[in-house]
Write a protein that binds this ligand. Structure first.
Ligand SMILES: NC(=O)c1ccc[n+]([C@@H]2O[C@H](COP(=O)([O-])OP(=O)(O)OC[C@H]3O[C@@H](n4cnc5c(N)ncnc54)[C@H](OP(=O)(O)O)[C@@H]3O)[C@@H](O)[C@H]2O)c1
Length: 333
């Protein structure tokens, strides 16, 4: 039976007298660092060089070189992009680890696929949010918390779970519930959602938008109906609170009949077979090897695909629609 940890399972006093080094101050490093500090934990942010210390300093953190942050801390949270992490770990983190330290990851990727092997004298833990970094901070501030996967990959001290659960509580995850998995399961599930669901979602939206516009519907109406209105968001929000079937029950009989009667048409897509192939590539480590090569080559394919996607006419219509509705497009912090 899977264990789900809640607020009462974490004891913040486990972190008393300990310093946490958050290495990397990006999408997840920043919210984790801020939430830890708001929970009373002593935090140092490890940055690559002095020029990159502006953001943590503006938030009131003492920013230190990665080596110094690791040396001074007992808990080291690795919050760097997954493909970049192995080299930084090898050169700047592992030489400074000490007996009894705890190494914590935000994704199981590098441990699961063998890119990082921690020394036998440290504990290894995982706190992997099942949401965007931006939501990790927003939900903490609203007192809501967020779901995460938690794991212990190595428990040399016999206290690894205490540390992981104290940290999970301090970042705000136990308020919503942290699910115990293995590091490998987290890494594989994460990649599966990214590679089996996200492509279908994006493909579906782009194909539908182009078809509707080609068929004479105004772009603003088509895009609003597809995703800009937020109806889909509300639907998924309901599904996450009360289940997929209950969300479906909230739609009209016309909508339900239409959805269920047309669902079978999509069987021809052989979606399950495509997903099986994707899962198999992930579990065999083929994707991880492909991505490591892409990184070492300087991301040529990533750049090419990004350029091609950005060239679609659709985005100009999307930005116009967002502007007409008085919303700002662009990146979120
Ligand atoms: N993003 C999410 O919502 C999310 C959700 C769940 C889990 N995770 C996991 O969290 C971890 C961090 O992901 P992220 O999305 O937060 O990454 P990110 O935003 O891309 O992280 C960027 C940070 O890494 C630093 N960095 C990049 N290259 C570096 C290098 N060569 N040497 C030293 N520092 C370097 C950047 O520093 P500069 O400012 O100097 O560029 C920046 O502080 C990953 O394991 C990811 O899988 C992320």
């Amino acid at each position: 039976m899977t264990v789900i940890y809640r607020e009462e399972d974490g004891d913040l006093s486990v972190l008393d007298g300990k310093r946490v080094a958050v290495i990397g101050y990006g999408h997840l490093g920043r919210p984790f660092a801020l939430n830890l500090r708001d929970s009373g934990v002593q935090v140092t942010v490890g940055i690559r060089d002095d020029e990159h210390g502006e953001k943590p300093s503006a938030d009131g953190f003492a920013a230190a070189a990665i080596e110094d942050a690791v040396t001074d801390a007992q808990v080291i949270m690795m919050m760097l992009p997954d493909e970049v992490m192995p080299q930084v770990y090898l050169e700047r983190v592992s030489p400074h680890l000490e007996r009894g330290d705890t190494l914590v990851f935000g994704s199981g990727y590098n441990v699961a696929f063998g890119f990082i092997e921690a020394p036998p004298f440290v504990d290894v833990g995982l706190i992997a949010p099942r949401t965007l970094g931006a939501a990790v901070r927003e939900r903490f501030e609203r007192g809501e918390g967020f779901n995460s996967f938690v794991a212990v990959g190595a428990d040399n001290s016999g206290r690894a779970w205490q540390t992981v659960l104290a940290l999970a509580k301090a970042v705000g995850s136990l308020r919503a519930g942290a699910v115990e998995v293995s590091i490998e399961q987290e890494a594989e599930l994460d990649l599966f959602v990214q590679q089996a669901l996200m492509p279908v979602f994006h493909h579906m939206m782009i194909t539908a938008a182009n078809l509707l516009m080609k068929s004479g519907y105004p772009p603003e109406a088509a895009l609003s109906d597809l995703y800009i209105s937020g109806e889909f968001t509300d639907y998924l929000q309901r599904a996450s609170q009360s289940g997929l079937l209950n969300a479906l029950e909230l739609t009209s009989p016309t909508s339900r009949y239409g959805a269920m009667s047309r669902m079978e048409r999509f069987n021809d897509l052989k979606l399950e077979r495509l997903m099986e192939v994707t899962l198999d590539e992930i579990r065999r480590g083929n994707f991880a090897r492909e991505w490591a090569k892409e990184y070492s080559d300087g991301y040529p394919r990533l750049r090419k695909m990004q350029d091609a996607l950005e060239k679609l006419d659709l985005w100009a219509f999307e930005q116009d629609t967002l502007e007409m509705l008085g919303r700002g497009g662009g990146d979120e912090e």
